[in-house]
Design a protein around this ligand. Structure first.
Ligand code: PHE
Length: 340
């Protein structure tokens, strides 16, 4: 027995590990269940009772030698990689992990929310999977009306009543159904349209819509609110203009343009040499829509608006390809690491 132990101890003493593979070989040979120590332990049951104690002590000796050697081999390997242990500078900061940064769309969404919260709007939320009524019918899109075509979306075959919302106006409908005016809310969220993906269109994007319903709300309130927003978001010198437009759920309706942020109005590719870029749609809530949602349109009026977060972000950060927002390319995202 003593000879066997001595042989093992010699082998352990001489063992080396120049790399992880050799370290693993040492572990397999000595430490693993089927290794040398394991064998010795298995042998225990065959040892006569009166010798068990002495045997146990020898096995322990081997075990401790093996473990100590294993630890030394690991230490040597590690310090071999990091230079000799004498020269290790323990005061050096560790490599650390890079912190993630805020996605530009999250940042812009939060900014939009802050601007409106400061003037008394709260944030409302609703489902992305919607029914036809809340996305279209309540908003005055008659069945088979071409306006539905402009907001084509994704339906499920089993039940054509279920769809992915095309705008967050569905939340306006839900709010009006359950809350009596005054209502003063904005609705940020993800929306879907049946569009081929390109630099300028995507089947998933983000909106912030807003709704203000109360007694005596007028177009003046709409204009002042959106003037305020544009100047807070893009700076005091930003010019704003309203252009007549059409939406089924607002009457009158207006498109809101701001002076181009890139060329400051001189004309460039982004503004197609007009000096203006569109940032939002808006209008006075159609009395039909109020009625559809159970609000007395004799007593109350309201305005609504909606904007794309990608668009606002594009103007702020000059992102010229929509696909960048969803590709998760770190080279793109890293550029926003100072936002908070
Ligand atoms: N819902 C419109 C859209 O998604 C935006 C909008 C909202 C326009 C409210 C006017 C009033 O295109």
């Amino acid at each position: 027995m003593q000879e066997k132990v001595d042989a093992i101890l010699r082998e352990v003493g001489a063992a080396e590990a120049k790399n992880q593979e050799e370290l693993e070989q040492f572990r397999l040979r000595f430490i693993s269940k089927k290794g040398v120590v394991g064998d010795l332990l298995d042998e225990f049951k065959n040892v006569p009772n009166d010798q068990k104690k002495a045997y146990g002590m020898k096995v322990n000796e081997v075990k401790q030698a093996v473990q100590a050697k294993f630890k030394t081999l690991i230490d040597n390997l590690e310090s071999g990689q990091a230079g000799t242990s004498e020269h290790e500078d323990l005061t050096l900061p560790s490599a650390g992990h890079a912190l993630g940064s805020m996605h530009p769309l999250t940042y812009v969404r939060n900014q939009i929310i802050q601007v409106f919260e400061r003037i008394g709007f709260n944030v409302a939320d609703g489902p992305e999977i919607e029914d036809d009524f809340h996305n279209f019918t309540a908003l005055n899109f008659p069945e088979n009306h071409p306006a539905r075509e402009m907001q084509d979306t994704f339906f499920i075959e089993k039940n054509p009543d279920i769809l992915l919302r095309t705008h967050t106006s569905n939340v306006q409908v839900r709010l009006m159904q359950k809350q009596k005016p005054p209502i003063r809310s904005i609705m940020p969220g993800r929306v879907y349209r049946n569009e081929a993906i390109s630099a300028r269109a995507h089947c998933v994007f983000h909106q912030v819509e807003g709704l203000y319903v109360d007694k005596n709300v007028s177009f003046v309130d709409l204009k002042q609110t959106l003037y305020h927003f544009a100047k807070e978001m893009f700076g005091k010198d930003t010019k704003v203009r309203f252009r007549p437009s059409y939406f089924p759920f607002t009457e009158p309706s207006a498109e809101i343009d701001i002076s181009c942020q890139i060329c400051k109005g001189d004309g460039c590719q982004l503004c197609k040499y007009t000096g203006w870029v569109e940032i939002a749609g808006s209008g006075m809530v159609d009395p039909n829509v109020l009625a559809n949602c159970g609000i007395d349109h004799e007593e109350y009026t309201g305005f609504a608006f909606g904007m794309g977060i990608e668009r606002i972000s594009q103007l702020k950060f000059r992102v010229n390809d929509l696909r960048l927002y969803t590709e998760n390319d770190v080279r793109f995202l890293k550029q926003f690491s100072t936002l908070h």
